[in-house]
Structures are given as structure tokens and as C-alpha cells.
Design a protein around this ligand. Structure first.
Ligand SMILES: NC(=O)c1ccc[n+]([C@@H]2O[C@H](COP(=O)([O-])OP(=O)(O)OC[C@H]3O[C@@H](n4cnc5c(N)ncnc54)[C@H](O)[C@@H]3O)[C@@H](O)[C@H]2O)c1
Length: 317
């Protein structure tokens, strides 16, 4: 995708996982003349002030977070700092600098143990079952209040299990690939009876790219009503799912990976982990109505792209 805007990145490069992987990604971004990078945390309001004064962003996209459902059970405090305090600072900075649009990433985990599939944005999402999800849900409602009070146009996007090259090492695809290649066992939670809506990274980026220009209007300025819209009645604020809209059985996912690697996994079937949702499945009708987005990358192609990247990247190290 070629565009004529510049991007300023901020990342604390936390050591939740291998920092050198983050640095390698960043070194690719830095090849672009229109990219500036700042090392620092979202909690640092002085730094945010400095960046916004210097670069005057039209759009602020807040993707930084302490991610991971399981990690949040044992280490809840880091989620308070990065997700609650960090998002508060971003909201404060948006109040001061008034971007045209603030976009904040949330997660399918906010749907908790809802059994009404596929998940749609207007569904109940206030009974999270992990602390990670609780902090992300809190981010959504904090953002709504700022949107209402200070008239900041805000879009929250809820991501569904993102996968692909350069992905997070704590995610299933990364762990499974690593363990199968080194002939170690892979853990299949809930005895393998899980389903996930796997969203390929390129599709996700395309959806975000389209949503940045889909700015929610103030209630008084709205012309067209979109059926099923999650837009707030009292603020320029909307929540949008970004997923593939297919829910894949974990064992089918592993099967596809085994085919791609040409190797069989040693499977260890174990009980469901605290905080884990059994099934995620996105309804992406709203995203489609707003932007025309349709996911394009199949699971098998996505897995193939990941495996190729993984083998290449770790061969080089
Ligand atoms: N990957 C998924 O499947 C998925 C699913 C749902 C939601 N999300 C959300 O998407 C966003 C991106 O997730 P990701 O999977 O790329 O995770 P990631 O951990 O790779 O990316 C988050 C980045 O934020 C940085 N960070 C953490 N705390 C920070 C802080 N206080 N200040 C500045 N930077 C900080 C980390 O160093 C990291 O590079 C997160 O908000 C996450 O909650 C991801």
C-alpha cells in the first residue's frame, strides 16, 4: 500500500517476549523515510506531549498494550499500567491535541463466555473472564466517556486472533510451529475442543487502513443510519469487529499446519486454561458495510506465509 502520509511510532519495547524480534520488525519500518520512531511508554505523558507538539498527528492509532490472556492471570499489575494508565494518557493527549480520529485496539476476548455466535458489536460484553479482557473492556468505556465529553471521534476495533509473519511468539501458531519443528509436544487446551476466528495480518491491516477514514460523526451530524451500527447515541464513538468471520476448529488448524510442515505433531490434550474462551467467531457485517472490507487470505495460505517467514527468520539467527 503506497500513501503520502508519515507515521510516528511509539513502543516501549517491553520484554514480554523476545525484544530482538520487535527490533527486527522495527528495523524494517525504519527503512521508510516517512517513519519516525520513539522508544518510550504510553504512560509517559511528557513524551506524548513532545511527540504530538512536534508531529501534530491527524490520526492517533493506539495499538500498544500488554497483550496475552494467560499472562494476565499471573501478572495482572502490568495490565493495569500498560492498558489502563497507558490508554488514559492517550485519551488525555487526544483531548489536548484533538486528532481527527483516534483508533484504539480491543479484543474478541471482551465477549467472554457469550454463546451467541457469531459475536456482534452490540452484544453484551461486560462479563469478561480474564483480567486482560477486563482491561481492554475498560479501555472501551474510558474512551466512550472521553469521546462524549470532549467530542473526540473514536473507533474501537476488536481484533480476533491475528496470525501471520512476524506474529507474537506466545500465540498458538508460533508455539506449535516451533515445537513441531523441534519434535516437542504441543499443548491442546480443552482437549482440543476449541475454535478460533483466525485473522490474517494482511487482512487486519487492510481493515484498519480502511477504518482510519471512517470517522464516526457526532449524533447531530449523522445523515445515514446503518442497520446494526454500534455507533453511540451520545458520542462520535463506534466499535467494530475485525475478524475473518470463520470459526476454525483447533484440530483442523493443527492439521493444516502439519500438512504445511510435512510433519506430525505430538499432541498433549489438556484441560482448558483459566481465562480462555472456548470459541470465537466474528460477525463482520458492520465492517463490511462501513468499508466494503472482505477478508481475502485463506487459512492455508496464511499458515504457509507464516511457516516460510519462521523458517527464514530463525535460520538467519
Ligand atoms: N494479536 C492478536 O491476536 C490480538 C487480538 C486481540 C487484540 N489484540 C490487541 O492488538 C494490539 C497489538 O497486539 P499484538 O498482538 O501486536 O501484541 P504485541 O505485544 O506484539 O504489540 C504490542 C506492543 O506494545 C508495546 N507496549 C507494551 N506496553 C507498552 C507501553 N506501556 N507503552 C508503549 N508500548 C507498549 C509492546 O512492546 C509491543 O511491541 C494490542 O492492543 C492487543 O491487545 C491483539
Amino acid at each position: 500500500m503506497k500513501s503520502n502520509f508519515s507515521v510516528v511510532g511509539l513502543d516501549a519495547m517491553t520484554n514480554y517476549y523476545d525484544v530482538s524480534l520487535k527490533e527486527s520488525r522495527n528495523s524494517i519500518l525504519k527503512l521508510n523515510n516517512n517513519f519516525n520512531f520513539y522508544l518510550g511508554s504510553t504512560q509517559d505523558e511528557n513524551l506524548l506531549n513532545h511527540i504530538c507538539t512536534k508531529h501534530k498527528p491527524d490520526i492517533i492509532m493506539h495499538l500498544a498494550a500488554q497483550a496475552g490472556v494467560r499472562h494476565s492471570i499471573k501478572n495482572p499489575k502490568s495490565y493495569v499500567e500498560a492498558n489502563l494508565v497507558g490508554t488514559f494518557s492517550i485519551l488525555e493527549i487526544a483531548r489536548k491535541f484533538k486528532p481527527k480520529h483516534l483508533l484504539i485496539s480491543s479484543t474478541s476476548s471482551v465477549y467472554g463466555n457469550n454463546l451467541e455466535y457469531p459475536f456482534h458489536e452490540k452484544q453484551k460484553s461486560d462479563t469478561p473472564i480474564s483480567f486482560y479482557a477486563a482491561t481492554k473492556k475498560s479501555n472501551e468505556v474510558m474512551a466512550h466517556s472521553y469521546s462524549h465529553l470532549y467530542k473526540i471521534p473514536i473507533t474501537i476495533f476488536r481484533f480476533f486472533t491475528v496470525f501471520g509473519p512476524w506474529g507474537r511468539p506466545d500465540m498458538a501458531l508460533f508455539q506449535f510451529t516451533k515445537n513441531i519443528l523441534s519434535k516437542k509436544t504441543i499443548n491442546l487446551y480443552n482437549n482440543g475442543d476449541m475454535k478460533r476466528d483466525f485473522t490474517y495480518i494482511e487482512d487486519l491491516i487492510k481493515a484498519i487502513y480502511l477504518l482510519k477514514d471512517t470517522i464516526p460523526h457526532e449524533p447531530s451530524e449523522r445523515k445515514l443510519e446503518i442497520e446494526g451500527d454500534s455507533i453511540s447515541k451520545t458520542a462520535p464513538f463506534r466499535i467494530v469487529n475485525i475478524g475473518n468471520s470463520k470459526s476454525i476448529k483447533l484440530l483442523d488448524f493443527v492439521n493444516e499446519l502439519e500438512k504445511c510442515l510435512g510433519m506430525k505433531a505430538n499432541k498433549n490434550f489438556i484441560k482448558i486454561q483459566d481465562g480462555d474462551i472456548k470459541e470465537t467467531h466474528s460477525n463482520i457485517e458492520l465492517l463490511n458495510k462501513l468499508t466494503g472490507f472482505k477478508p481475502e487470505v485463506t487459512l492455508s495460505r496464511g499458515i504457509k506465509e507464516f511457516v516460510e517467514w519462521y523458517k527464514n527468520y530463525y535460520k538467519e539467527l
